[in-house]
Design a protein around this ligand. Structure first.
Ligand SMILES: Cc1cc2nc3c(=O)[nH]c(=O)nc-3n(C[C@H](O)[C@H](O)[C@H](O)COP(=O)(O)O)c2cc1C
Length: 354
């Protein structure tokens, strides 16, 4: 199953490990997917520049196959004092329940994108991916000059067109089913909730760069469908979260393997930016107070201590359980086995369909 994008990327199978910042962003996971013939993309958005560098080197130490690094392009945000106070009060109740000290106000809310990008330009991973926006013209030129292939994330046709005009080499079309944060940047979030089935063919028709389908694809049937819609590859996120190499904490794993995995919602409760995750008590409690949640990345940084303590204590009700709508299809297997199973299923699905 080779096509122009696979040849360009130098990969055997049209499947990507979708970039997932946070706990699953382990070099071993990306290296395993790349080593098995897919493209391991790692979400490094929350990492310090030094950790981004270490991550790239750790992947390179494990595999000589192509891989990619993904960052969050910076957003305009404010740390609205009233929202910070109100959100802190919500966190304080959770901290008390978890038996940890009262929440602090973090001294910084996000890592420096400029410094992270400087590491990308220095280390030159084969692929760079971004979400939440478009790299600026100088950044794009610098990435190209280093021979780095650039993938942008679109949740609407207009975003895909804008990314192509800015010079990306491929567009990841992220449907509303997708787990984690939404990449939307041109329209309000609720105007960008287009399902993968509708989004992918429209983006394929609108741009001339290759399209990668993402969102709700967690087995070979989904991969086959994405290819039939005109995508040249499928990105699987949630479907890799139970991979041995992802090493998720037990409460998160338990939630992905429990009945609640069928009940995902878009929430700002943990980070300030809409993201899809499994419904739990914390997000339910904040559902009525959306106006009091500060912007991303302020809320994200403020809730970090609660989430880390909850992971340690095995308390899923305080974790951001990011997952897509096809999360129930995820299997606990080594990442290479997931990739090979998915490819076998995709071949079978395509044969059966014909
Ligand atoms: C835990 C988690 C973290 C994510 N982090 C990122 C990220 O850092 N950058 C990004 O572009 N997309 C991120 N996403 C979105 C994925 O790249 C991808 O679009 C999504 O997982 C596809 O949908 P699926 O989960 O149904 O496979 C994340 C998704 C999850 C589940």
């Amino acid at each position: 199953m080779s096509n122009a994008l696979c040849r360009r990327l130098g990969i055997e199978h049209p499947v990507l490990l979708a970039p997932m910042a946070g706990e699953a962003a382990k070099p071993a996971l990306a290296a395993a997917v790349s080593g098995a013939g897919g493209l391991g993309m790692l979400g490094c958005g929350y990492m310090t520049p030094q950790a981004v560098r270490d991550t790239i080197r750790a992947i390179r130490a494990t595999t000589d196959r192509p891989f990619g690094i993904n960052l969050f392009t910076p957003l305009d945000w404010t740390a609205d004092p009233e929202k910070v106070v109100a959100y802190r009060a919500q966190l304080a109740a959770a901290h008390a329940d978890l038996g940890i000290p009262e929440p602090d106000i973090p001294n910084k809310y996000e890592e420096s994108y400029a410094e992270q990008l400087a590491v990308i330009l220095d280390e030159a991973p084969p692929v760079f991916g971004c979400t939440f926006g478009i790299p600026g013209p100088d950044e794009m030129a610098a990435l190209k000059a280093r021979g780095i292939l650039v993938v942008g994330t679109a949740t609407t046709v207009a975003e895909a067109v804008a990314l192509e005009a800015a010079g990306v080499d491929a567009v990841a079309a992220q449907g509303a089913e997708a787990g984690g944060h939404r990449g939307s940047f041109l329209v309000p979030f609720d105007a960008a909730l287009i399902g993968t089935m509708a989004l992918v063919p429209q983006i394929v028709s609108a741009v001339s760069v290759p399209v990668i389908a993402a969102g709700g694809i967690a087995d070979g049937r989904g991969v086959a469908a994405a290819l039939c819609l005109g995508a040249q590859a499928a990105a699987i996120g949630t479907g890799f979260l139970l991979a041995d190499e992802a090493g998720l904490n037990m409460a998160y794993r338990g939630a992905l393997q429990g009945g609640g995995v069928h009940d995902t919602v878009l929430t700002r409760a943990f980070s300030g930016r809409p993201a899809r995750g499994i419904r739990n008590a914390f997000l339910e409690r904040l559902a009525g107070s959306d106006a009091e949640i500060p912007d991303y990345p302020v809320a994200n940084a403020m809730s970090r201590t609660m989430r880390a303590a909850a992971a340690k204590a095995g308390r899923a009700e305080y974790l951001s359980l990011w997952a897509g709508q096809a999360g129930a299809l995820a299997r606990a297997e080594p990442a290479a086995a997931i990739l090979h199973r998915v490819m076998a299923e995709a071949r079978q699905a395509l044969v059966q369909a014909l």
